[in-house]
Design a protein around this ligand. Structure first.
Ligand SMILES: Cc1cc2nc3c(=O)[nH]c(=O)nc-3n(C[C@H](O)[C@H](O)[C@H](O)COP(=O)(O)O)c2cc1C
Length: 382
């Protein structure tokens, strides 16, 4: 299963096309919409979220609630497009005075202008905007629906916003239901209050914040991915997918960077065997990955998001027409979007895992896949 997206931030709609989709996946549109709503919310979001109320429209590939085995095309409308029909017109001559000429540090504006030869940062920023991630979340919903057939579930929570970190959260036992009802997606209420204060302070100062989120996947079989082929290593695919989310600058699995400072005896997870449950690890410091494969323990992915580049107290830039110093442009913007990025992280992880299941268990038909997964589970647990 692979996906591609199309669409600009203020264009008519965002689209996702998911290919190599097995037939027979039970797709509940309400679940896809619920994830779209989660991506929109969060303390620290900007004015755009008040305009949009994202809903998915299925354009192809699903019939009577089941995938057909053909590409699934999904659309999410941009309500704000109605206010942008002149700026985003498909044809006609562009009025010169609508050009964006003051590229924002930290965003795609300047490198994009240089890359494409455009004289208008809007040509770049409309696509580089993370509004595109709504389409990824919709695509991820199809992947999550496939994974549900195998008993795999995916959740996330926020661990830190700016310098405020929730101490001592164990990814294995953390209450992700509590995270769902928190507007900063943090299950630790005390830390959540401090996170809100930090976001308020950043907003007041015209500044922005990043943070850290964790995505977990439980119920995985061991052996997804490959120890034999570099490009099919599950850790490499997951890292690339999570790093593909705008503003994500670091990805860790399990102990992550912390493991580099510890002796092997405090890093690797001892193995035991139980007659009724088969092989398991006594700890999960590896985050569910060994040798480029899932090992059957919970997958724990941690991602670092940089602060939002658009600042209401803008940094210095240079006008691309005059080459004179200027204030960077102020596009309507979030102050902090870590809770939203966590939802996008779930989608990216789900898409990689769904693809890994399809590669290992055949990607034509869900009931064949379920039989193959069950037989495999029996074999590897004996
Ligand atoms: C969910 C989400 C929401 C975001 N919202 C904004 C925003 O409102 N304003 C902004 O300047 N950047 C926002 N970003 C970050 C930019 O999209 C990102 O920094 C930019 O595309 C440059 O890419 P890079 O940070 O990977 O270098 C957001 C990112 C995510 C994941």
């Amino acid at each position: 299963m692979r996906y591609t997206t199309a669409g600009e931030s203020h264009g008519r709609a965002l689209l996702a096309i998911v290919t190599a989709v097995p037939a027979g996946i039970s797709v509940d549109i309400a679940l896809l919409d619920a994830d779209l709503a989660r991506r929109q919310r969060g303390y620290g979001r900007g004015g755009r979220q008040a305009i949009e109320s994202d809903r998915v429209t299925v354009l192809s590939g699903v019939r009577f609630g089941r995938t057909l085995g053909s590409p699934v095309a999904l659309s999410v409308s941009n309500r704000d497009w109605e206010n942008w029909t002149q700026v985003m017109a498909v044809s006609g001559d562009k009025p010169l005075d609508i050009r964006e000429t003051q590229p924002r540090p930290g965003h795609a504006d300047l490198a994009g202008i240089q890359k494409t030869g455009s004289d208008d940062a809007r040509d770049i920023l409309e696509r580089a905007s993370a509004r595109e991630t709504a389409a990824r979340v919709a695509a991820g919903g199809v992947a999550k629906s496939l994974l549900a057939h195998f008993g795999v579930s995916i959740s996330s929570y926020v661990e830190a916003i700016g310098s405020v970190a929730a101490a001592g959260l164990d990814p294995e036992t953390v209450d992700t239901q509590a995270a769902l009802s928190s507007d900063v997606s943090c299950p630790d209420e005390e830390a959540a209050a401090l996170m809100r204060n930090a976001i308020d302070a950043a907003r007041l100062a015209g500044d922005s914040l990043g943070g850290v989120f964790v995505v977990r996947a439980s119920g995985l079989v061991p052996g997804l991915g490959s120890y034999a082929e570099a490009a099919r290593r599950l850790d490499a695919e997951l890292a690339a997918a999570v790093m593909s989310i705008p503003a994500i600058k670091g990805v860790e699995f399990g102990l992550g960077f912390e493991a580099a400072a510890l002796p092997g005896s405090q890093v690797h997870d001892p193995i035991e065997y139980q007659a009724d449950g088969g092989f398991r690890r006594l700890s999960n410091r590896a985050g569910g990955l060994e040798g480029g494969m899932s090992n059957g323990e919970m997958l724990v992915v941690r991602a670092a998001m940089k602060p939002i580049p658009t600042l209401m107290q803008p940094l210095a830039t240079v006008d691309i027409d005059t080459h004179q110093r200027a204030d960077a442009s102020r596009e309507r913007s979030d102050v902090c979007a870590v809770p939203a990025a966590a939802v996008v992280g779930e989608a990216e992880v789900a898409l990689v895992l769904a693809n890994a299941y399809a590669e290992k268990f055949g990607g034509d038909c869900v009931s064949d896949m379920v039989s193959a997964v069950d037989a495999y589970r029996d074999r590897v647990s004996s």
